[in-house]
Design a protein around this ligand. Sequence first.
Ligand SMILES: Nc1nc2c(ncn2[C@@H]2O[C@H](COP(=O)(O)OP(=O)(O)OP(=O)(O)O)[C@@H](O)[C@H]2O)c(=O)[nH]1
Ligand SMILES: [Mg+2]
Length: 436
Amino acid sequence: MLEIKPTELEKVVIVGVILPKQDKRVVFDHLEELKLLCRTAGGEVVKVFIQDLKNPNPAYLIGKGKAEEIAQFVQENNISAIIFDEELTPTQIRNLENLAKCKVLDRAAVILDIFASHARTREAKTQVELAQYEYYLPRLTRQWTHLSKQYGGIGTKGPGETQIETDRRIIKRKIATLKHKLEEIDRQRTTQRKQREKFFKVVLTGYTNAGKSTLLNLLTDANVLVEDKLFATLDSTTRLVRTKKGYEFLLSDTVGFIRKLPPNLIASFRSTLIEIVYADLILHIVDASHPNRDEQIQVVEDTLRDIKADKNKSLLVFNKIDLIEDKNLIELLSIKYPDAIFISAERGININALIERIEKFIEENYVEEEIIISQDEAHKLALITKFADTVESEFVEELIKIKFKAKKDDYQKILRLLRNEEQEEDLELNIDQPVI
Ligand SMILES: Nc1nc2c(ncn2[C@@H]2O[C@H](COP(=O)(O)OP(=O)(O)OP(=O)(O)O)[C@@H](O)[C@H]2O)c(=O)[nH]1
Ligand SMILES: [Mg+2]
């Protein structure tokens, strides 16, 4: 069957197009990011080709002349891949491969490569493998029709098509097995989540390389890998943080986002990303020193909306302020984002202010209540204990005085349960319904 392995990139060229109304500077920034992606994937970018385009060319995306120029460069310089920032149609890939006689990839394929080489745990490996098979499945047709057309004639069409069908079947079976494995992992996560239900959960999200893991390491002793590479983290790590004032919260680090993150990657990373959906507070970490910070914020917000985590409470955290020389920039950012906080995770700048903000969120998220029930309603005490954070009870003659502290959501749940106990099952189900 066809080899489905991350492509080893050596010498590569990258291609970008500037369409009418597109800001040139933004395209250059995207190409800089693609360069970084290629480097992270193990490729050396030898040359960058850029073309101003009035209309995309259906055959090559770029103009034929430009395609021929790239093909010639590829052949003269022993280039192993041409990488486009834009998504290509299967026909465009086939035409370009025929012309240049080398591999033609897009941004999504490079991201998948990086994910494949950075995956460490069984969960991340399974998730990436699933995304890879799903990515390559529709592209099998391309490869084989490509060969049967190239070699054409009697005897090639039949076996070629049979081969496609066989490969497709094998891959579909593999996809089913991987999905099954992930369901199993999902179940374990649900159990784990239930155990963490009562804690205040803070999740670090943000564009890749923003400094999420650096902040986790600073606040805990997690020792998560920090690297100046994209997608250093693919697995979520959770640690308990206890502040000096005695507040406790769980802090989780997760996979970073990027422009054009392949949708099947988001889908297969569902069990990792769902931690964000269940968070009581999302810390959206931004690399303040990055020229493209505004677009990166937008990409993260869009992705959070995609996974249905846009309604959660969140706090914008501008990191790496130690790298900002122009102090007016911080001033400007704080006007544009008045609720944001400015820190340096690496230098430990303004971390106390961040902790105080988290404490404030925790404080606002809890309700303290005192109720009195009669002793023949003692079973209600068990209900409260199940959902409340701290419970103190005192028996006073025929009555029980219960003092408890619970998350606001749980408090509402407790009230509903106290009013109508039959609904406990339903309410519990609601808590764990998958959102993505
Ligand atoms: N100068 C400076 N560098 C920082 C700061 N925070 C993080 N970095 C650096 O930025 C790079 C990325 O940091 P990580 O913590 O790995 O970033 P991440 O958001 O976890 O990245 P991914 O896991 O790849 O999504 C590393 O080289 C860090 O040393 C900071 O406050 N200042
Ligand atoms: Mg990280």
